[in-house]
Ligand binder design. Structure first.
Ligand code: GTP
Ligand code: MG
Length: 555
């Protein structure tokens, strides 16, 4: 029975309870709530230390282990505004150990212009007692008694080579995903970045929480994706009923207009972030936007941050995307490849504007996966119907209730390969009548557009809203053209023969400039990608059309 018919069926719940096996491709399903709270606890136990070099790891271990047990250490290099830095993230076994470290840490005495701020970010000064030996400087990681990982930046040449040598397009799609998905360190640094703000504000706002959302947690984020954060100053779950001692507190000055109140609070928070919080640079306030945000760059974690103070619907939206990503092992690789194609063709941009966003594009992919035969994933209404009392969530009057435990959803009967699904996506949308029809991932259906906007994608949580109302008719035309081009490009590909390829093939035709434009040495073939690459991220301008690719084959 298809998911759609199933949902209409009155026996749906009975059917669901019979299917108690959930297959997420061999991986155990971790509920989003559990994942977020485990990562937040990890961040509460973590210290970020600037070091001279990776070789300082043993020295650092010896200094820190005096305060408590260390679980793991991660090394990476980052590009701060003031130059490159080497960092080590330490996870202690208990948050109490971190507190002990911070109590023992000191502020620089020579520099009178520094503002002494309490933060889990420190640097390891050179030892005054003895000069470090060669041993600690050069082979400091070999003798570490805890797991130590050093993460290199993306090696795009390696990715290109791997894509080049895949055996088919499905394998290429999977390889692209495996290579570009957020790493363990990426997850940790994102939660750590949230924790830094939360901690900095905690003296004044003891209930403050900073939660990550968007591509950092919905599992559709690339390694270098930005970090969207929601700051909430009050904790709705905090119980005060039985206590007769109640804090004195000020009333919000502009309580009658919550938006103005939020903007005023964000002005203050933005000044705090800009003036006092270590590593927060390039702070900009964008408070007039539909969703007001504070943008900044965290120098020590190397992450672009967007901090907002609106309702939690973005967080629940991320949870919904996370659940869809867990539901079938093909969802994430497919979304990654299509996001990659869209970036490459400048269908999307890192700048907000009149084009489709990655979020809307992800809904496009989910909708398509609901319309395959048989469907790969069910419409959201199925998950809403299956929700129990523990799944109820509401924020600012928006109902965000849907099934959170995937253990009661049966795997899809659809056996299509990733390649078939990729081709199917472009075919489906090159035939979709965007001019007249909109669609909903709640019902899994399309319908006549209720408003005169180029693109209509129903907001799955606030159903009266269109998440793609920013898209202009001109941009929709470009999207349509690129979708048709991709379809014909894939249709025109020679079937893979298994012989060594001498030219880019498969998804390298769709997503090839997503990797860095350096010469690729694939066996004895040298491909020059330089000509192909124009980065709108660097120029900061509206995306321009790309030059054509130059392939030099030197055999
Ligand atoms: P990239 O940042 O481009 O990698 O993707 P992203 O998924 O993080 O998208 P973006 O930063 O634009 O948005 C962050 C998150 O906000 C999305 O993942 C959604 O969860 C949520 N979001 C985006 N647009 C809307 C919207 O119109 N309404 C609501 N409620 N949430 C939205
Ligand atoms: Mg984002």
């Amino acid at each position: 029975m298809s998911f759609r018919n199933l949902w209409r069926s009155s026996n749906f719940l009975k059917w669901a309870s019979r299917h108690l096996s959930y297959n997420s491709g061999g991986n155990e399903f971790i509920p989003f709530d559990g994942l977020v709270s485990a990562r937040r606890c990890e961040a509460r136990r973590s210290l970020l230390v600037e070091v001279a070099a990776m070789g300082s790891a043993l020295d650092l271990y010896q200094v820190c282990s005096e305060f408590g047990t260390i679980r793991q250490m991660f090394h990476y290099k980052t590009k701060a505004t003031s130059g490159p830095r080497e960092m080590i993230l330490i996870e202690f076994a208990d948050s109490l150990f971190l507190e002990k470290v911070l109590k023992g840490a000191v502020y620089p005495t020579q520099n009178s212009s520094i503002i002494p701020v309490h933060s889990p970010l420190v640097w390891l000064a050179a030892s005054k007692k003895s000069k470090p030996t060669n041993h600690t400087l050069h082979s400091g990681t070999a003798d570490l008694p805890v797991p130590f990982t050093s993460e290199e930046k993306n090696n795009d040449v390696e990715l290109l080579q791997n894509l080049f040598h895949c055996s088919d397009i499905s394998q290429q799609i999977q390889t692209l995903y495996d290579y570009q998905k957020l790493t363990e360190l990426g997850w940790r640094l994102r939660f750590f970045t949230c924790r830094q703000i939360e901690r900095a504000l905690s003296g004044l706002f003891p209930q403050a929480s900073v939660l990550p959302f968007g591509s950092s947690v919905n599992t559709f984020g690339r390694r270098n994706c930005d970090l969207d954060m929601i700051l909430e100053l009050t904790d709705d779950d905090e119980k005060t009923d039985n206590n007769r001692l109640v804090f004195q507190a000020k009333k919000s000055r502009a309580a009658a207009n919550p938006r103005i109140t939020m903007q005023r609070h964000m002005e203050v928070i933005s000044d705090v972030v800009d003036n006092f919080i270590p590593g927060c640079s390039q702070v900009r306030k964008i408070l007039g936007a539909r969703v007001p945000i504070i943008k900044y760059y965290q120098d020590f974690t190397g992450i672009e941050c967007d901090l907002s103070m609106t309702n939690k619907s973005g967080f629940y939206m991320s949870e919904m995307l996370y659940i869809y990503g867990c539901m079938d092992p093909r969802v994430r690789p497919l979304v990654f490849t299509i996001r990659c194609w869209a970036k490459d063709r400048h269908v999307t941009s890192v700048f907000a504007g009149r084009w489709i966003t990655n979020f809307s594009l992800t809904l496009l992919v989910l909708f398509y996966l609901m319309r395959t035969s048989p469907p790969v994933i069910p419409p959201l209404q199925v998950l809403i119907n299956l929700a129990g009392s523990s799944d109820r969530r509401e924020t600012s009057g928006i109902d965000c209730t849907f099934l959170r435990d995937l253990n009661i959803v049966t795997p899809s009967e659809n056996q299509d390969s990733l390649e078939t699904l990729l081709r199917g996506f472009f075919e489906f949308f090159s035939n979709f009548n965007f001019k007249e029809r909109g669609f909903s991932i709640v019902s899994g259906n399309d319908f006549v557009k209720p408003e005169h906007k180029a693109l209509y994608i129903q907001n799955p949580l606030e159903r009266e809203l269109n998440v793609s109302r920013n898209v202009t008719f001109e941009e929709l035309d470009r999207l349509n053209t690129e979708v048709s081009n991709a379809r014909y490009l894939l249709e025109g590909l020679e079937p893979y023969t298994g012989e060594s390829q001498s030219e880019p093939w498969g998804i390298l035709h769709l997503c090839n400039s997503s990797a860095h434009p350096i010469a690729l040495k694939a066996g004895n073939i040298s491909i020059d990608w330089k000509e192909f690459f124009t980065r709108d991220e660097l120029s900061g301008s509206v995306p321009s059309k790309k030059k054509s690719v130059t392939v030099n084959t030197t055999v």
